[in-house]
Each structure stands twice: as C-alpha cells, then as structure tokens.
Ligand binder design. Structure first.
Ligand code: BES
Ligand code: MN
Ligand code: ZN
Length: 532
C-alpha cells in the first residue's frame, strides 16, 4: 500500500482528492471552517435531518454535483474516535469500496492523534488487501491512498511509523495466508534473507543480518526436541536467525522467538479433518517476527533486536515422532512425548535455549500455541504469560498503545505440576484443564537465564469463517514494544536464575532442584551445546 500525505488541509483547500473521499468524523464535529465544494452545508443538512451522525460506524454516501473534492464522499462516524472504532468502521468500508479499482482519499475532519493515524492506516491496509498469490482470479484491492486532516502537514512522523507498521503487517499477513505448499520452512528462510538483502540495499551496512541454519547445523547445536518434530516431514527444517543492530553492540538485545510450524497436522496424534486447513496459519508467530523485522528495516530505531524462528512441518509418517518417545532438548532436559500435537513447545524450547547466547535484556516468544487459549480469550486478546511483572507490564502497555490487545494469564507453579513424567525430566502435555497455562509452564522451564514472556496468539493471528485470513497481529504490539524500549529502556531486573542464585546464598541449597525450573548450569561446549 502506497500512502501519501496531503500537504495542506485537503478539506478546505480547493483540490481534487480522487474518486471517493472518506471523511472520518468524531463526536463534537465543528463545521466552523467551511469544507470545500459546499461540503459543510451537505454535512450540516444530513446532521439536521437526522440522516447521519458521528456515531461509530454511521455512514452516509453523498454524490457531489462537481467533482471536487471527489465525485463521491462517504461520511463515516467514528464515535469517540478511539483507534478500535476507527479500525473497525474504516476497514469494513474500505473493503466494500476496494472491490473496484479506485483513487481513494481518507481524511479526518478533525485534528487526529498519532494513534488515530496509525489506526486509519492499518484499517485501510487491512480492508484494501486482497490475497492473490495463489488466486490469480482475485480482483480489486487498493494500491494508493491519499491521507489528510487539518493537521496533516505536521504528521510526517506518524506517516513514517504507520507506513513501516503496515509494511510489517502486510508481510506477516501475506506469509501467514500462504498455504503450506507455498510457505515451506525453506521459503520462510528466503523471506528472512530477502529482508536482510533489502536492508543492505537501503545502505544500512551490517545493520540487519540473517543466517538460515539447515538440518546438519541444527543437529550440531543439539536441538533434539525441535528436530524430533521435523522428522515426520519430507520438508527440511530451518532455524532462522535475524539480527538487527540499531544501537551500540554493548547494548543487550531484545529477542523475539516465533513459532514456525508451516503446517500442523498433529503428527501421529493426528488432528480431526474439519478445519485442519487452518493449521497452515501455525507459523503466525514466525510471520509476526518477519513482519517486525520488515518494520525495523524501514524505521531503523536505536535498539538491538534478535529474531529466532524454528520452522518445520508437523506430519505423520513412518519416521515420525511417536507418543511415548523421549527426546533430549538443547538444554539437556529430556522430554516424554505424550501427544505429538503439542509440537509448538517442542520447537520453541530449543530456540529459547539458543536465545541465551545473546545475553538478552528480555526474550518474548510468539506462538499459535494452544486451542485452549482461544477458548479462554476468544479472538480479541492474545494471551500474555510471564513471571516478570515489569516485562508483563511493558508488553501490556505496548498492547494498549497499539490497540493490539493482550491479557495477562496466571503462572502459578501448580499449573505445571502435571508435566511430570516417569520416563523423562518432563512430559510435553499436562491434563486437559488450563492447557494454555500448562503450555506456558512447559516453556518456562527453558527460560531461567533471562527475563521472559510468552504470547499465545492462537486466537488473534487469523480470522475464521467467511473472512478467513491472517490478521498481521501481533506486529503492532511487538513494534510498539520495541520502539518504547528504544526510546526509554526499562530494567527488567534479574532473570529467574539470577534471583534463584541470590536466594540460594541465604536459603537452603536444595531450592533450585526442587522447583526444577532452572536448567542446570552445566558448562557449555564450543558449539553452544550444554555438556551432560
Ligand atoms: N497449533 C496448535 C494450536 C491451535 C489449535 C491453534 C487450534 C489455533 C487453533 C497446537 O500445536 C496444538 O495442536 N495444540 C494442542 C495442544 C494439546 C495437544 C495439549 C491443542 O491446543 O489442542
Ligand atoms: Mn499441534
Ligand atoms: Zn501447532
């Protein structure tokens, strides 16, 4: 989507804006300054006649006798003007309009804030997007939009932010939408490489680097858990490492880990057939990390960020992982597989161990991890899990600021107690209840060495039904969080392991062993694999 900004107030200046002008009006609309082409009079009449109001989603189509500012004007109420209101009302209208190719202008009738600008831009991008990669007959979609408001000229920075966010969300949406045979682990690796190549072209030498590890290299790292999931598929796994360096290399990076299951059949614990196609979206976490890097490439904030993507298919076959199998993770901890459909945690745990080498300020993993999270929170909010209050607070704040909402879930140790196994250090599933939380408790066992949070996006990464398609979430949340941290770094405090060793100095030394939370601090070999 190509956004351009009107350089002056397009509503009062005599200018042609396109075929259709959408005029966004919030409560308290003041028509003091006359709008061009007698538009003020028309709006006043519609208001007086009660045919239109600024209530959220209220619409009125007007056709103008002369073609300025546009042949057709769509008045659209946005109520109190909250970003969520703008997003819902505008995306719906743009989607309706974008069936035909058209020159569209979208203007705020009143001064608009940064958050309102971004909401409008993401709504236009969502409503104006038509997926065509594997559907050549797809028609419509928007290419170009002119944006305006009374304060448009002062909005260059929100335009840059919105453009970068939209580019990241569009990339995430595109790759999440692609079916498994058009979005293989190898292809995701190529997307990451492409982002890095683009960054080099932009002139940011060495600022955004990408490395794509293949089977042999993943084996050398000792990622036995990740590889056990990939075994059943004919498609080779990849481990993608993206590094963005916007700050001095002494500054510890934020690490984002995205689940990249390009198709989740469930494996030997095969899923039922109905709706199984939606498991092509099981790389939504990976897509959001790729999207974040696309946004970082465009915005170049002063921060260091690492993206890690373990990616493979989860398939049944004669070589596939079986229930009862025990695998060894990169951390050294062994895992008894009780359900091969709980594969997300198996690929993430090795990526979480790999993350240690970056000495991160914080690690956030993003995963379409559990159907249970969808039952708990539906499609509005992602599940947020963390034992670090400061990190949880910052993610929650970024979610609110970007209106890409999440909700913090509990992490009491009791929720993880059923992960015990007689045959391994842990099982990969607990009971039927609170499955989103026990999944988080599983991951927590691999994250003792840094502040960590987990986002379960199973309910938010895609829409179902007639509007089936990826949402581009949670790129807004991740980008907001990264930019907040670039602007005002926050000390997330010590990792659980550091807290533990502090506590061990005063308390009985048996505590660490009892909680079993922290991987044993065994020495590492050169390859990064922990000995023993
Ligand atoms: N990718 C799924 C989670 C999922 C299911 C996301 C439905 C969105 C909609 C994940 O790999 C999975 O299969 N999880 C299982 C875990 C269970 C076996 C403990 C689930 O949620 O049923
Ligand atoms: Mn699964
Ligand atoms: Zn899955």
């Amino acid at each position: 989507m190509n956004f351009s900004l009107a350089s002056a107030n397009p509503l009062t200046q005599d200018a042609e804006l396109g075929d259709v002008l959408i005029l966004l009006a919030a409560d308290g609309l003041d028509l003091g300054e006359p709008l061009q082409a007698g538009l003020s009079l028309l709006v006043k009449r519609a208001l007086a006649a009660g045919h239109w109001s600024t209530d959220s989603g209220k619409r009125l189509s007007l056709y103008l006798p002369e073609s300025r500012p546009a042949a057709r004007v769509e008045l659209l109420g946005i109520g109190d003007g909250a970003p969520a209101r703008i997003r819902d009302a505008l995306a719906k209208l743009v989607k309706e309009l974008a069936v035909d190719p058209l020159k569209l202008a979208v203007c705020f009738a009143q001064d608009a804030t940064d958050a309102q600008w971004t909401a409008a831009m993401t709504a236009i991008a969502a409503g104006g997007h038509v997926y065509g990669t594997t559907k050549p007959s797809a028609r419509g979609g928007l290419k170009k939009v002119l944006l305006g408001a009374p304060n448009a000229a002062t909005r260059k920075s929100s335009l840059a932010y919105g453009k970068a966010l939209v580019a990241g969300m569009t990339l995430a949406r595109e790759w999440a939408n692609r079916p498994g045979n058009h979005a293989t682990p190898g292809m995701l690796g190529d997307v990451a490489r492409h982002i890095a190549a683009q960054a080099r072209k932009d002139g940011g030498h060495g600022q955004l680097e990408c490395e794509v590890l293949e089977q042999k290299q993943i084996e050398k790292l000792g990622m036995g858990s990740f590889l056990s999931v990939a075994k059943g598929s004919d498609e080779a796994p990849r481990f993608i490492v993206l590094r963005y360096e916007g700050a001095d290399d002494s500054q510890r990076p934020l690490v984002f880990v995205g689940k990249g299951i390009t198709f989740d059949s469930g494996g030997i614990s095969l899923k039922p057939g109905a709706g199984m196609d939606e498991m092509k979206f099981d790389m939504g976490g990976a897509a959001s990390v790729l999207g974040l890097f696309e946004s970082l490439r465009l915005l170049r904030p002063k921060i260091n960020v690492v993206g890690l993507i373990p990616t493979c298919e989860n398939m049944p076959s004669g070589r596939a992982l079986k229930p009862g199998d025990v695998v060894q993770s990169m951390s050294g901890q062994t895992i008894e597989i009780l359900n091969t459909d709980a594969e997300g945690r198996l690929i993430l745990c090795d990526a979480l161990t790999y993350a240690e080498r970056f000495q991160p300020q914080a690690v956030v993993d993003i995963a379409t991890l559990t159907g249970n999270c969808v039952l708990a929170l539906g499609h509005l909010r992602s599940g947020l899990f963390s034992t670090n209050d400061v990190l949880a607070h910052e993610l929650q704040r970024a979610a609110d600021e970007s209106s890409d909402l999440c909700w913090r879930m509990p992490m009491d140790d009791v929720y993880g107690k059923d992960l015990k196994s007689n045959f391994a250090d842990m099982a990969n599933v607990a009971g039927r209840l609170a499955g989103a939380i026990s999944a988080a408790k599983f991951l927590e066992r691999f994250t003792g060495r840094y502040p960590w949070a987990h986002l379960d996006i199973a309910g938010t990464a895609w829409d179902e039904g007639a509007a089936k398609g990826a949402t581009g979430r949670p790129v807004p949340l991740l980008l907001q969080f990264a930019l907040n941290m670039a602007e005002q770094p926050v000390d997330f405090g010590p990792s659980v392991a550091q807290q533990q060793s502090q506590a061990d100095k005063v308390a009985a030394p048996s505590r660490t062993a009892k909680t079993g939370k922290v991987a044993k601090a065994a020495p590492r070999s050169k390859s990064g694999k922990r000995a023993g």
